[in-house]
Design a protein around this ligand. Structure first.
Ligand code: HEM
Length: 500
């Protein structure tokens, strides 16, 4: 058979182009539906992929919000996306229409980590019975943990003391606190799920942290976006073998820890930790084919709790210390409150929080200003819904721009400045704010919020009870601009921790 030339080649090319254009149109017909949110014009095949800066989505969305308003649409290749901005629209979407907006998009790559119909974990689970069962289990186990051998608060307080001892080892010399904060938070999560902690120089903790850091980066790599858009690629063994290497190493390490842990489990003993509580549920569910309490789901849930809990809490503490060295006046007022309410003679307790409005306001303002998960976690609509009068069809990916809420100029007096006064009234009492949404809102709100609050309060007060923090002499004042990413970290900095 001869090669196609001239007219024949042209006809084939035209037919392919028309076919692709039709497929493309099929995927974005809904843009022409009445009341579909406005947005930049997508190009065939790629949609708006080249018009958005994935390295700094929050800034891209800020510019698009100025152009198109609080609810606008995008197209990621063939995936329709709606971005919701500002406190009113985000609350309407997540809270008022929570039943319609709480699904998660499908991520074919997660099957490599064991994701399946009866093992969806909780973070990436579809909005349905499997998610509901695991969410209820996780929330109630966290809440009830006071009944175990050691209450969670006691674990966190003891870890705070270890962290202070490690800070003291630096003897007032400059150091970067990131690694120690990571290790301390890793131990809190590990206490919760394995009832054990690691010494800060234990090789296991170093490996866990290394894989964790790479895992967070992996989720947003181009490689992952490509295989998730073309899942057939995952059927090619050498492609599949190259996807999510850090997350799989993390899972393998977790399996080792789980194997060690499970040798000490006895069904008739009270649970030592969350894993024991899960194993007890598995034992009860034997023979129930509907149950999501199975081995594979336990592995996925533990992985998710580690990943979701560690990065976020340690990064927030890193922001807190940075903001204290940049605002020594605020630091002094926190220390003054600690001295008045707790003193130097005992360890901080959660009960102290109610009598420490200034410290509480500072921690809230750290979270607002640091804005560490600026674009939230992607949702998906499970039914047609309406936000601010716009129609969002079923199956649309929904990005909730939490940054636009935490920095909403119509709500906060000084949205771009660190200002603890945002959470204080004229009498210096702590005030809650509706637009304080670092943990998101609605049915999918962060389930680790109570634990995160405990870690932030007890670590922060313990550190400021023992140390005064400052910018090392001769070093320039560090920047308070974050490094844009899915989880925004502060730019690298050093501090001096001098015993008080
Ligand atoms: C400062 C610390 C933290 C911040 C800022 C934070 C923030 C968030 C955000 C924004 C979401 C997405 C909610 C949504 O989909 O709309 C989320 C979900 C989640 N977080 Fe956190 N988080 C923190 C700490 C933790 C901790 C300590 C844990 C557990 C140990 C945890 C476990 C989870 C889980 C399991 C989900 C998924 C919930 C679901 O899909 O139902 N987080 N978090």
């Amino acid at each position: 058979m001869g090669l196609l030339t001239g007219d024949a080649l042209f006809s084939v090319a035209l037919a392919v182009a028309v076919f692709l254009l039709l497929v493309d149109l099929m995927h974005r017909w809904q843009r022409w539906a009445a009341r579909y949110p406005p947005g930049p014009v997508p190009v065939p095949g790629l949609g708006n992929l080249l018009q958005v800066d994935f390295e700094d989505m929050a800034y891209s969305c800020y510019k698009l919000q100025q152009r198109f308003g609080d609810v606008f649409s995008l197209q990621f290749a063939w995936t329709p996306v709606v971005v919701v901005n500002g406190v009113k629209a985000v609350r309407e979407a997540l809270v008022n229409h929570g039943e319609d907006t709480s699904d998660r998009p499908t991520l074919p790559s997660s099957t490599l980590l064991g994701f399946g119909p009866k093992s969806q974990g909780v973070f990436g689970a579809y909005y349905g019975p499997a998610w509901r069962e695991q969410r209820r289990f996780s929330v109630s186990t966290l809440r009830n943990f006071g009944v175990g051998k050691k209450s969670l608060e006691q674990w966190v307080t003891e870890e705070a003391a270890c962290l202070c001892a490690a800070f003291a080892n630096h003897a007032g010399q400059p150091f970067c606190p990131k690694a120690l904060l990571n290790k301390a938070v890793c131990n809190v999560i590990s206490s919760l799920i394995y009832a054990r902690r690691f010494d800060y120089d234990d090789p296991m903790v170093l490996r866990l942290l290394e894989f964790l850091e790479d895992s967070l980066r992996e989720d947003f790599s181009l490689k992952i976006q490509v295989v998730n858009s073309m899942p057939l690629l995952l059927r090619i063994p050498w492609v599949a073998a190259k996807v999510l290497p850090a997350q799989r190493s993390f899972m393998a390490l977790n399996n080792e820890l789980l194997a060690e842990h499970n040798t000490g489990w006895a069904p008739d003993q009270p649970p030592r930790d969350l894993t024991d509580a899960f194993l007890t549920e598995m034992h009860k569910a034997q023979g129930n084919s509907e149950s999501t309490f199975n081995d594979q789901n336990l592995r996925l849930l533990l992985f998710e709790l580690f990943v979701a809990g560690m990065g976020t809490s340690a990064v927030t503490l890193s922001w807190a210390l940075l903001l204290m060295i940049l605002h020594p006046d605020v630091q002094r007022r926190v220390q003054q409150e600690i001295d008045e309410v707790i003193g130097q003679g005992r360890r901080p307790e959660m009960e102290d929080q109610a009598r420490m409005p200034f410290t509480n306001a500072v921690i809230h303002e750290v979270q607002r200003f640091a804005d560490i998960v600026p674009m939230g976690v992607p949702h998906m609509t499970s039914r047609d819904t309406e936000v601010q009068g716009f129609l969002i069809p079923k199956g649309t990916m929904l990005l909730t721009n939490l940054s636009s809420v935490l920095k909403d100029g119509t709500v906060w007096e000084k949205p771009l400045h660190f200002h603890p006064g945002h959470f204080l009234d004229a009498e210096g009492r702590f005030v809650k704010r509706e637009a304080f949404m670092p943990f998101s809102a609605g049915p999918r709100i962060c389930l680790g919020e109570p634990l995160a609050r405990m870690v932030l309060f007890l670590f922060f007060t313990s550190l400021l009870q023992h140390f005064s923090f400052s910018v090392p002499e001769g070093q320039p004042r560090p920047s308070d601009r974050g490094v844009p990413a899915f989880v925004v970290t502060p730019s690298p900095y050093q501090l001096c921790a001098v015993l008080r």
